[in-house]
Design a protein around this ligand. Structure first.
Ligand SMILES: C[S@@+](CC[C@H](N)C(=O)[O-])C[C@H]1O[C@@H](n2cnc3c(N)ncnc32)[C@H](O)[C@@H]1O
Length: 586
């Protein structure tokens, strides 16, 4: 084994891995790390044929990166959905086979679905709707008359309406009563192939009614979302009567999904079935009422909440599924091409185990060559709650009793911080136990709270890892939310830090950091050295300070994005509200 490989300085400080590659896009999962953020780490801290572990594996990107780079992988998570997605990515099936079986499944499901997407809106032509736009109907608090929200938007040039069209009194969604949803527009292929929007006809409404009364709706897979779930309160599911997952689908889409799923379950070949079921779960958010409409273009589904916007799409499920099969084929091709480019011929094995990171019973002491992992960050994202939406279709749901999240309401809020820290500590101890001496753990942590970073610092030290990281990198996943950055004044950071520490060859005595400099001095140093040209944001500065603090072993408890913004303001460095990037006015 060539020890020279393991020099952190070969790894770039900034890794740009935008969320646009075909692998990333084949299936959604909360806070996925693109393979391009993982591969440089795998190549630096392990060699082909070795075994890597990720114990917070989510969608299994570490296993996919291992497959591409010729490493074995044993990844794990408590998430049933994560395992389903990871195994879907890893399933090996030839493209023509998936395409053929997929199109047969669609044909059979369509036969059972009959003509429910058909429309005669395109006068004289019977076509299938590509999508239907639906709107909430509210009751005005002043005149008690019903208003169709889409009509109000249209009348108001697509700006938020504030006047009731019936009584001209002030209108707001919040103060009005929600009544029901109605279809308002149908999108069909025009004669020249271009899509056209048409009004909904009487016979369209009849078909919708027929779907709503269909007996098969009773057997559509569904799971209750109970009121003790964190996301029940956060997404106000009680208020919107969204207490079970099938309520998120229109009757037509629930039926189309059910027929597809039923046909997929009847497939015999395990790998083909896995790949196509993966494509199926990938379309669920878009097939649901969570797919937000906007006058310019579809806004996608909000992945972190169960929000349904007052105007949304009912997309043709068969079309979505056929598109997703093609996207899965593209992801597989990408994996094969990248593997081939590295000239790796030896067969490797990647497996996904369902278990808590706190107890990796399936892994022996000192048996693993490298750990790359991305733990959950406390109180923002509730993976198990959000996964129920997909897991309703799988045979199992996630046991969230050991989920590393910080509950903020209900019984589980008590002692939540303590439990979170204990889980993270147990996971790091497991990483230490399974790693061979002299090998590395890389930890991704995308959040901006100094308190959490400080906790990670302490845990790594007390677990026995060498105190000075061998590498601290900044992972830039591209700018998803400029809004997040500008309102980043409240502490949202869109870049991730990846800290790599070494398990010493032999145990070392615990050390307390002796550095006497303050974090305030460090911020001043970093800000004065930064070149404010280029596309930098306050998040870059924040992570650079964190990186330096980790390297210098400075405690980061008090570090917060707001503190950095403050220093920047004092130096007259402003942030452009639109781009989120710096503007120097001095
Ligand atoms: C930040 S996500 C990982 C995402 C992953 N990097 C990807 O690319 O998809 C964190 C994961 O930790 C999992 N998790 C939470 N508590 C856990 C525990 N006690 N043991 C194992 N996994 C846990 C969640 O289910 C979630 O999938």
């Amino acid at each position: 084994m060539n020890r020279d490989l393991f020099q952190g300085d070969q790894l770039p400080e900034f890794i740009f891995a935008p969320r646009t590659d075909p692998i990333y896009n084949a299936h959604g999962y909360l806070t996925k790390v693109p393979v391009d953020g993982i591969i440089p780490h795998l190549m630096t801290f392990s060699v082909p044929g070795e075994t890597v572990v990720d114990m917070f594996a989510g969608s299994g990107m570490t296993a996919v990166a291992a497959k591409i780079t010729g490493r074995n992988a044993v990844v794990s998570d408590i998430s049933v959905l994560g395992k389903h997605i990871g195994e879907g990515y890893l399933a090996d099936v030839d493209a023509p086979e998936i395409a053929k079986v997929g199109s047969n499944v669609v044909a059979r499901a369509r036969r059972r679905f009959k003509d429910l997407y058909q429309t005669d809106a395109a006068k004289g032509r019977q076509v299938e709707a590509i999508r239907t736009i639906w709107s909430f109907v509210y009751r005005c608090v002043s005149c008690a008359k019903e208003v169709v929200y889409f009509d109000m938007l249209k009348k108001n040039n697509w700006k938020t309406p504030s006047i009731c069209p019936h009584c001209s009194q002030t209108f707001s969604k919040r103060s009005s009563t929600y009544i029901c949803d109605v279809p308002v527009l149908i999108v069909v292929p025009g004669e020249d192939g271009k899509q056209i929007e048409l009004p909904v006809t009487k016979s369209d409404k009849k078909r919708i009614k027929r779907a709503e009364a269909h007996p098969d709706l009773a057997v559509v897979p569904s799971k209750a979302i109970h009121s003790d779930r964190e996301m029940y309160r956060r997404s106000a599911l009680g208020k919107w009567d969204l207490k079970e997952t099938k309520r998120f689908f229109s009757a037509r889409n629930a039926l189309a999904l059910y027929y597809l799923w039923d046909e997929l379950n009847a497939l015999h070949d395990r790998e083909t079935k896995k790949k196509l079921q993966f494509a199926f779960t990938a379309i669920l958010p878009r097939a649901s009422r969570r797919y937000q409409w906007s006058p310019q273009r579809p806004l996608n589904a909000a992945t972190q909440t169960y929000y349904i916007s007052p105007v949304y799409y009912e997309w043709n499920v068969f079309e979505l599924f056929e598109r997703k099969i093609r996207a899965s084929i593209r992801a597989d091709e990408e994996i094969r091409t990248r593997r081939a480019a590295l000239g790796l011929s030896k067969k490797t094995k990647q497996e996904y185990v369902l278990c808590s990171a706190a107890k990796l019973k399936h892994l022996k002491d000192r048996s693993v060559d490298y750990v790359f992992t991305d733990p959950p960050f406390g109180s923002n994202l509730f993976y198990a709650d959000m996964s129920l939406f997909h897991e309703a279709w799988l045979s199992q749901t996630t046991d969230d009793s050991e989920e590393a999240v910080i509950h903020t309401n209900g019984k589980r809020a008590e002692g939540a911080n303590y439990r979170y820290e204990a889980l993270l500590r147990a996971a790091c101890e497991e990483a230490y136990r399974i790693l061979k001496p002299g090998r590395f753990l890389s930890l991704v942590f995308g959040n901006s709270s100094g308190r959490v970073w400080s906790m990670v610092q302490q845990i790594l030290l007390s677990t026995g890892f060498e105190p000075r990281p061998v590498h601290v990198g900044i992972l830039d996943k591209g700018q998803r939310s400029v809004k997040g950055l500008t309102s980043g004044f409240e502490g949202v950071s869109t870049l991730d830090l990846i800290v790599t520490v070494k398990k010493p060859e032999s145990p070392i005595a615990q050390q307390t950091p002796t550095n006497q400099r303050s974090i305030g001095d460090l911020i001043e140093d970093v800000v004065s050295e930064i070149d404010f040209h280029g596309h930098q944001t306050p998040s870059h500065v924040y992570l650079t300070v964190l990186k330096e603090a980790f390297e210098k072993q400075l405690p980061v408890d008090e570090l917060h994005l707001a503190q950095i913004i403050d220093v920047l303001r004092k130096r007259n460095i402003q942030v452009d509200a639109k781009s989120g990037e710096f503007v120097t006015t001095a």
